[in-house]
Design a protein around this ligand. Structure first.
Ligand SMILES: NC(=O)c1ccc[n+]([C@@H]2O[C@H](COP(=O)([O-])OP(=O)(O)OC[C@H]3O[C@@H](n4cnc5c(N)ncnc54)[C@H](OP(=O)(O)O)[C@@H]3O)[C@@H](O)[C@H]2O)c1
Length: 380
């Protein structure tokens, strides 16, 4: 049992990772987050054996935090990279946004197992991460429930026999709304996901289906597929987490309650399975429905396929412009449907640059953020 390092420990994935660690009796060696918050202090207090890394915070906040956790805490983004690079640990990357990329790279370089929830890393820099893992002998096990499902379906199968993967999507809270009503959607309405309790960005992304678009790009990179081998189907109950269709026509699916503790536990214990992570699933009264996604209602999904086809810097640009637009929507500075318009304008405005290094990815990310901010200012 290699000890865990949980990055993004104060977030939805981070807290559930600690729950899983406690459930499995798994040691935790390090924890990291953005701010020296009360939430982080509480976790640090309850786990006196952990090293703590804090990316941000003002000088005063850091001083106050250091008073209680002197000798255990380091500051700055490089402190989180340091935890990710501790030899022989399992790194849960549960940070939100492209800030997770240097952490994934640091863990990959150190040859560690990465339990990856931070999909932004894989979307923006998949080939670079895969190259680093091949060099170091590290491994990456997906935590995103859909990708964990696909990973589980592929285990023991010959990759040559895979015809396509089928990502399921709940369709979010607006699946049945009239398209005209979507512009007036409020942040509170968009944050009310029907099946999953998650951080703000991924919840808004689920409502626009930009999250599914990012997952298409993530699946393409994780499993080294052509874009057209990644299909999306709406499945409102979120019980089938995703599927793989094989060359002979057979389809394998992974099912269960919508609960992130299962994919988190699987990423730690793979190739083994821990007992009783979830209670037995009761199928009585459960019906499973499937429908094709409506691209008029969810243009962000179609745009995601375009970005995936363009490749190179386009997925990073998609991700960055979406992140900026979601923040503007949550801040009341942008309408719900305009999130997708901002992504579209940014993709069109920047074109495609080749990506050979992490620096190229970060440059594309910076340019996209500033163009997206200008598009939002123009839309106000
Ligand atoms: N939540 C889910 O069920 C779920 C499912 C599948 C995939 N994912 C993916 O998992 C990732 C995390 O999602 P989440 O829902 O857990 O997000 P969240 O609840 O918003 O938590 C984000 C975490 O990242 C930390 N963080 C933010 N900016 C940071 C920075 N600059 N440096 C270091 N740490 C930083 C936050 O720290 P502070 O608290 O200090 O700000 C917090 O601990 C995302 O990539 C998401 O797409 C999530």
């Amino acid at each position: 049992m290699k000890p865990l390092v949980v990055l993004g420990v104060t977030g939805s994935i981070g807290r559930q990772s600690l729950e899983v660690a406690d459930q499995l009796g798994w040691p935790v060696a390090g924890i990291g987050a953005r701010r020296p918050s009360a939430g982080l202090a509480e976790i640090a207090r309850s786990r006196p054996e952990t090293e703590i890394a804090v990316a941000g915070g003002s000088l005063e906040e850091r001083e106050e935090f250091s008073r209680e956790f002197r000798g255990r805490v380091s500051f700055g983004p490089e402190a989180l990279e340091g935890l990710a690079a501790i030899p022989s640990v399992v790194v849960v990357n549960g940070v939100v946004g492209l800030v997770g990329l240097p952490l994934t790279m640091a863990a990959a370089k150190a040859g560690n197992r990465i339990a990856l929830a931070n999909k932004e890393s894989m979307v923006a820099a998949g080939p670079l991460i895969r190259r680093e893992l091949a060099r170091s002998g590290g491994e990456l096990i997906p935590v995103d429930s859909e990708h964990s499902a696909i990973f589980q379906c592929l285990t023991g199968e010959d990759r040559e026999s895979v015809e396509r993967v089928i990502l399921t999507a709940s369709g979010g809270p607006f699946r049945t709304w009239e398209v005209d009503k979507l512009e007036s959607v409020t942040p509170a309405e968009a944050l009310a996901h029907p099946n999953w309790s998650m951080g703000d960005r991924i919840t808004i992304d689920s409502a626009t289906m930009a999250n599914k678009a990012l997952e298409v790009m993530e699946a393409q990179q994780l499993f080294e597929l052509e874009v057209d081998q990644v299909e999306v189907v709406i499945h409102p109950e979120s019980v089938v987490h995703s599927m793989v269709r094989f060359r002979d026509g057979s389809i394998k699916a992974q099912l269960g309650a919508p609960d992130m503790r299962l994919p988190i536990a699987y990423a730690l214990t793979y190739p083994e399975r821990a007992p009783d992570v979830l209670k037995p699933f009761d199928f009585a009264g459960v019906s499973l429905n499937f429908e094709a996604p409506d691209l008029t209602r969810f243009p962000a999904l179609a745009l995601g396929y375009s970005a995936a086809r363009l490749g190179q810097s386009a997925p990073a640009v998609y991700n960055a412009s979406d992140e900026v637009a979601v923040a503007a929507f949550l801040g009341g500075r942008l309408g719900f449907r305009s999130i997708t318009s901002v992504i579209e304008q940014t993709l069109e405005g920047l074109g495609v640059q080749s990506v050979e290094s992490v620096e190229d990815v970060l440059a594309a990310d910076r340019e996209a953020r500033s163009l997206a901010a200008a598009a939002i200012a123009g839309a106000c």
